[in-house]
Design a protein around this ligand. Structure first.
Ligand code: ADP
Ligand code: MG
Length: 359
């Protein structure tokens, strides 16, 4: 209970915003449930001016998204885009509209970066990311070893953010490159768009069942909870039960499947386009979601592009392929957790050496 009082007091003293404070700029995105704009502040004294911001005008689900962002702000602030404020704007003609305000994190999502032909050598990403791992990467010649190191860094940062969300009890449910942004301020990848997220610890999860998860990235199980689980339990009951439900159902593994698909797309340029990914999904389904079977079916007649992806994942005794296959699995409970993935030898140079010596 104290937690709620504290949160309330914190919100009272925070800078607040209203509709007239904003000058709308470029439209950054438009989904089924809201429109996102880059905005600047009008008539604010410079001390109050926070620089560029982002506003999402959302429909009725905006209330959940504000709730999720408030929770993330308190529990794992650096996992997600920096959320500043959310409010109900009731003066608009359309009736109630929720406005959500974030700091502008940067110009590129992982989707933007990946769609560039030069990925992962994007000049711009190079300046941002390679400076952090410059000691590690500088000595590597251009080639798959170096590419692998950059992909490793992106995966590690992303998994760190995802583990933060999961440890807070939040399942994102819409993990995809479009919802991963490179924060130019902190020079790390952060998660955005909690519009479809579920908080299992307090049972906040009222996206309707018919809500369409992005079919390109969704795990084969349709809902994150088994069908035996009563849906959207009331808050007090859920607080008492949900850690158990979490253990039983491992709903976080839904996000892990999507994460595996992102890893796959980074390794295989041909799977970065919608058509490439959709074709892969069809092939994987035909192989009963067995990645090893998929590999067997495509490798003999693989394009040079595919072969290069396998080569990258096979580095260091195939440790990348091992991590990928532990994420993309049919059964949720057989998938690795975000924390488990971070501890995987793929990210550990000593572990890499140990493994290659063992083989
Ligand atoms: P939706 O997918 O529901 O339209 P998102 O929250 O994913 O809404 O935002 C849409 C797009 O707006 C993102 O893909 C990203 O390009 C941009 N965007 C969202 N939040 C930020 C932010 N904090 N900083 C910079 N760009 C952002
Ligand atoms: Mg989005």
């Amino acid at each position: 209970f104290d937690m709620f009082v504290l949160a309330f007091v914190e919100r009272l003293f925070r800078t607040t915003y209203k509709k007239d404070d904003f000058v709308l700029g470029k439209k950054l995105g438009e989904g089924a449930f809201g429109v996102v704009y880059r905005v600047s502040l009008a008539n604010k004294p410079s001390s109050k001016n926070e620089g560029d911001l982002v506003v999402k005008k959302a429909t009725e689900y905006g209330a959940v998204e504000i709730w999720m962002n408030e929770r993330v702000r308190r529990a794992c602030a650096n996992c997600c885009a920096d959320f500043l404020y959310g409010f109900l704007e009731s003066s608009s003609k359309k009736g109630g509209e929720y406005w959500l305000v974030w700091r502008y994190e940067g110009q590129a999502t992982l989707a933007d970066l990946m769609l560039s032909r030069e990925f992962p050598y994007n000049q711009w990403l190079k300046c941002q990311v390679e400076t952090m791992i410059v000691g590690e990467v500088q000595d590597l010649p251009k080639g798959i070893g170096r590419e692998n190191r950059i992909i490793q860094t992106i995966m590690r940062q992303f998994l760190f953010a995802l583990d933060g969300l999961h440890s807070t009890g939040i399942v994102h449910r819409d993990i995809k490159p479009q919802n991963v942004i490179f924060s130019e301020g902190s020079r790390t990848f952060k998660i955005i768009d909690l519009g479809a997220a579920a908080d299992l610890r307090v049972g906040i999860n009222y996206i309707p069942k018919e809500f369409l998860l992005d079919p390109r990235y969704a795990a084969p199980e349709q809902y994150i909870m088994s069908t035996q689980t009563p849906s959207a339990p009331s808050a007090p009951v859920a607080t008492a039960l949900s850690p158990v439900l979490w253990q039983l159902n491992l709903p976080d593994r839904f996000d892990i499947y999507s994460t595996g698909l992102i890893f796959l797309q980074m390794a295989f340029p041909g799977l970065r386009t919608d058509s490439g990914l959709i074709q892969f999904n069809r092939q994987l389904k035909r192989c009963d979601y067995d990645l090893n079977a998929w590999r067997k079916s495509v490798e003999p007649r693989a394009s040079s592009d595919l072969r290069r992806g396998f080569e990258l994942l096979d580095l260091d005794g195939g440790i990348g392929w091992e991590l990928l296959t532990s994420m993309v699995r049919y059964k949720a409970r057989q998938r690795i957790s975000a924390k488990g993935a971070l501890a995987h030898p793929y990210f550990d140079k000593e572990g890499l050496l140990a493994l290659s010596f063992m083989q």
